[in-house]
Design a protein around this ligand. Structure first.
Ligand SMILES: [Fe+2]
Length: 323
């Protein structure tokens, strides 16, 4: 695990990550499903054909309008082992903004977050439209977002599968803390919760991910991982909450919200919304932005405002009612 503020560890990680970015293989926690990135190429051709089809039948503009119609989604999650001082703690999760996918995304995002005073803001990856490549065009978006967010304990970010290692210094220059297989403790009224943020596990999984999860401090622990594909790893070592994005909820879904594609190598049932893996609760955001074809159908984008609630144990409830 990287020690926060360990420049040598961060440099070694960046060298290894760049090597993986230049390679042609996806590194997934499900070894038997390891695939080469070339498998993506036919899908990209299919997307281009589908995009032309949408224009021909007059649905493309509506899809783009849908993509810009993301809104705040409020969720309460209850935990019996949440420290009392964190009852009511509000986390703003912004996932998959893909800032350069559709003009106007970051303006709407900043306007929505400016109306939400929260305790913590987490960015769960995918800031670029393309996989890697140039990123200078999105750096001003981080600056504007950091200025718009009102979060008492600041903003924490992780990387997604679209985000190169070289983007990290630019994100951190805007005052946003990036966690790469690192943990961070949030203190409140003498109590604490712990965040562990990992590198992306859809393309860039390494053994540093389970090592970082296992090394998280004891107590109430929240995993920030770009995709739900490390859910079993986090549950095994006792995380209470897991926040992810990556799927865009499907982005283009059948009526009723059933996704056509999830881009998950495992845990496909965790493609959207609240889920449970063992004793761990998870939330997969449908995300702010879009990739591939810049449209949404039957799958609204979102910023999630997650309020943590302390759940009274049944035996405590009985003791209270008998008093
Ligand atoms: Fe994404």
């Amino acid at each position: 695990m990287l020690v926060p503020g360990d420049p040598e560890g961060r440099r070694a990680w960046a060298v290894a990550r760049r090597r993986m970015e230049q390679g042609r293989e996806k590194h997934s926690p499900v070894r038997r499903r390891r695939r080469r990135k070339q498998h993506w190429d036919p899908f990209v051709h299919l997307l281009r054909v589908a995009e032309v089809g949408l224009r021909l039948i007059g649905l493309h503009r509506r899809g783009v309008r849908n993509a810009l119609a993301f809104a705040v989604n409020r969720i309460d999650l209850a935990f019996v082992d949440l420290p009392p001082a964190f009852d009511g703690f509000r986390i703003l999760q912004i996932s998959d903004p893909h800032f350069d996918a559709v003009p106007g995304i970051d303006e709407r995002l900043c306007a929505l977050v400016a109306a939400e005073a929260v305790d913590l803001c987490v960015l769960t990856g995918d800031y670029l439209l393309k996989n890697g490549g140039s990123f200078a065009q999105v750096l001003p978006c981080f600056v504007r977002l950091a200025a718009a967010v009102e979060a008492r304990h600041g903003i924490v970010a992780i990387l997604g599968n679209h985000d190169p290692a070289d983007l990290v210094p630019g994100i951190e220059a805007s005052g946003i803390r990036v966690l790469i297989n690192e943990s961070l403790t949030v203190d409140r009224a003498g109590e604490a919760i712990h965040l562990t943020g990992t590198d992306d596990v859809h393309y860039f999984y390494t053994d540093a991910v389970p090592t970082a999860l296992a090394a998280a401090p004891a107590g109430f622990r929240i995993a920030l991982v770009h995709s739900a594909e490390a859910a079993a790893l986090a549950d095994t070592v006792g995380f209470q909450l897991y926040l992810a994005g990556h799927t865009h909820g499907g982005q283009v879904c059948l009526p009723g919200g059933r996704p056509l594609f999830t881009h998950l190598t495992c845990h496909q049932a965790y493609a959207r919304g609240v889920w449970q893996h063992g004793t761990m609760t998870g939330y997969t955001s449908t995300g702010v932005g879009v990739s591939g074809i810049p449209v949404r159908f039957n799958c609204p984008g979102e910023l999630a405002v997650i309020t943590l609630r302390r759940q009274v144990r049944a035996q405590d409830q009985l003791a209270l009612s008998s008093q």
